[in-house]
Structures are given as C-alpha cells and as structure tokens.
Design a protein around this ligand. Structure first.
Ligand code: CP
Length: 328
C-alpha cells in the first residue's frame, strides 16, 4: 500500500447521523450493488442514443470533482456524467488552486463543502484520501483513485464493458499484465472479478507482482489461456526515484509487452489508459478490432452516470424509475 493519510482525531468532526453513502473501495461493494449499477448504466446507455442526451434527473444537485493527480478519462467522464444528468459541476485541479499555496486536503474539502455539494469525486496520490474526505465533508464521496489503493469506478466500468462485449461474466478468465504492484486499478479489479465469480491471473516481472493478491505468474505465455488480456502501464509516478523494478523498459517490452504474436486469436484486450504504445502494448494490438480501449471510455460515461444516480437517488432502479425522474 502507498502512504496512507493518517486520520487524526482532531481532524474529524464529531460523528453526525448521516445518510450519505460513498464509493470508496470495491471491498465495500456487493454483487447486488454491481448488478444494480450495471443495470442502471444500461438504461442510461439507451438514453444516449437520443438526439437530446441531457436528462433532468439530478437537476439542482452539485457534483464537485477534486483532482490532485492528472486525469483525462475519469475527470472528464464524471464531469460529463453529471452534466448529462443536469447536475451543476465544479472541477478543481490541485495545480492552479490554493493547494499550490499550501492549503491542506482538510481545508480544501471544508472550503468546497461550504457550497453544500451532494457528491465529491476525489483523486489523490495518497491511499485513504477519499476516505478522509468522506469523514469531514457532508457529501457522498467517490474515490476516483487514491495512490495505489483503489479505483472502484474503473472496476465497475470494466465489468460493464465485459458484460456488454461478452455476455455473462461468470467464469470469465482475465489476465492482468504489467505493473500490478503500483496499480490501484488491479487491486479494484481483483476484488470485482472475485465478486462476479471470474478468474484472474496476474502476469509480469517478479518485482511488479505483489504477493497474495491473486494467482500470479511471470510467464507471459500464461495469457494465452485467458479470455481477456488486461494491460497495465508502468506507473513511474509511484516508483521512488532511483528504484529499478526492471532492468530497462526495452527489456520489459521484449519480455512482457503485448504483441499480436503473444495473443490467441479472438482474445479481447483492455487497458485503463493512458497507454504507452510501444512499451506495454504494441500499437498493432492497441488499434486492433479486439481492443476495447475506446469502449471502456464510452462505458465510463454511462457507468459514472449510474454511480451518481445510485448515490443520489438510491435503491434498485429500472427503466420505470428513470422514466419517472425524466418527467419530474
Ligand atoms: N483510467 C484512468 O483512470 O484514466 P485517467 O487517469 O485518464 O483518469
């Protein structure tokens, strides 16, 4: 695990009765939760085929995106998801904000909390940051990635993508290849796959495979047996300066890079992005018909709409409930 933010007693407001629900970790999510959110996402996906894509469902709600780390997909899709549901949005990136002047996460969360947001979406380099915000702000909190700990909305959008592409998730075998050690996506996926009775094999250099997370091997040929190959990039930003997990990137690519030759025909390939073409993934694989990378991004929008809907409206939903929200 990365450095956790310490919860200091004085930092916490006295416990208050709260009906707030959060999405902080796949460890807190049940199979019923997954099925409900994916079902809602499917309903929202059908709404996006219309000429007018905006729904009035979350009108009057405020969604704050608080990002302390770079993001293209997660940040844009949560913002667009909120907008498609007619919520107001505020996106704060730490660079250019008063974080540059030394403002703490606590004071930043309290400052934004003064606007009474309904949801705060948090990305932060330290494990536990989203949990910390959930303890001090009176809002639903979504963990959009905390260090190498968790990225639950990515896991949910990947389950949605697999279900849409391959039908049933039951028994599917996914090989996760690459820098698993520093990957919050891998930690959330391993839990998500276990929840849905899927099989997961971790593949990569021995230095980048954490012990005890899931079945693992350093043999790249093991990916041939999987239905899906899920590729991870080297996360240099989480490696200490001077640490060498592989002799060189060139050697990594030669041994574990995903090329057409290493795949079984028909295998699906996923990547959470951003991709480093020519390092962990050959451009011919990234651009092939079995690569689901752009599908994952499209799934991200509807799944994040479903997550916001689930937190703010709650309960089992279906077409009827959404239709009622549309005419409200
Ligand atoms: N998959 C993912 O989290 O991408 P971003 O870093 O671009 O948000």
């Amino acid at each position: 695990m990365g450095t956790s933010i310490r919860l200091v007693h004085d930092d916490l407001r006295p416990p208050q009765p709260s009906t707030r629900r959060h999405l902080l970790s796949m460890a807190d999510v049940s199979r019923d939760d997954v099925e409900r959110v994916l079902g809602t996402a499917r309903v929202f996906a059908s709404s996006l085929d219309r000429a007018v894509k905006k729904l009035p469902t979350l009108k009057g709600h405020l969604v704050v995106n608080l990002f302390y780390e770079s993001s293209t997909r997660t940040s844009s899709s949560f913002e667009l998801a909120a907008k498609r549901l007619s919520a107001d949005t505020l996106t704060i990136k730490s660079a250019g904000s008063s974080v540059d002047k030394g403002e703490s996460l606590k004071d930043t969360a309290l400052t934004l909390g003064a606007y009474d947001p309904d949801v705060i979406v948090v990305r932060h380099p330290q494990a536990g940051a989203a949990h910390f915000v959930s303890r001090i702000a009176d809002a639903h909190v979504v963990n959009a990635g905390d260090g190498k700990h968790q990225h639950p909305s990515q896991a949910l959008l990947d389950l949605y993508t697999l279900q849409q592409e391959l039908g049933s998730l039951e028994g599917l075998h996914v090989a996760i290849v690459g820098d698993v050690l520093h990957s919050r996506v891998a930690r959330s996926l391993v839990q998500a796959f276990a929840l849905m009775n899927m099989r997961c094999t971790l593949v990569g250099p021995p230095t980048l495979l954490p012990e005890g997370l899931a079945e693992s091997t350093t043999d790249i040929d093991a990916i041939r047996d999987a239905d899906v190959v899920y590729v991870l990039r080297m996360q240099h930003e989480r490696m200490q300066a001077g640490s060498n997990f592989v002799p060189s990137l060139r050697e990594y690519t030669a041994k574990w890079g995903i090329t057409p030759e290493r795949l079984t025909p028909g295998q699906k390939v996923m990547h959470p992005g951003p991709m480093n073409r020519g390092v962990e993934i050959d451009p011919r694989v990234a651009d092939c018909g079995d690569a689901l990378v752009e599908t994952q991004v499209r799934s991200g929008l509807v799944v994040r709409m479903a997550i916001l809907y689930d937190l703010l409206v709650g309960g089992p939903v279906g077409v009827r409930a959404l239709a009622a929200a549309e005419v409200a």
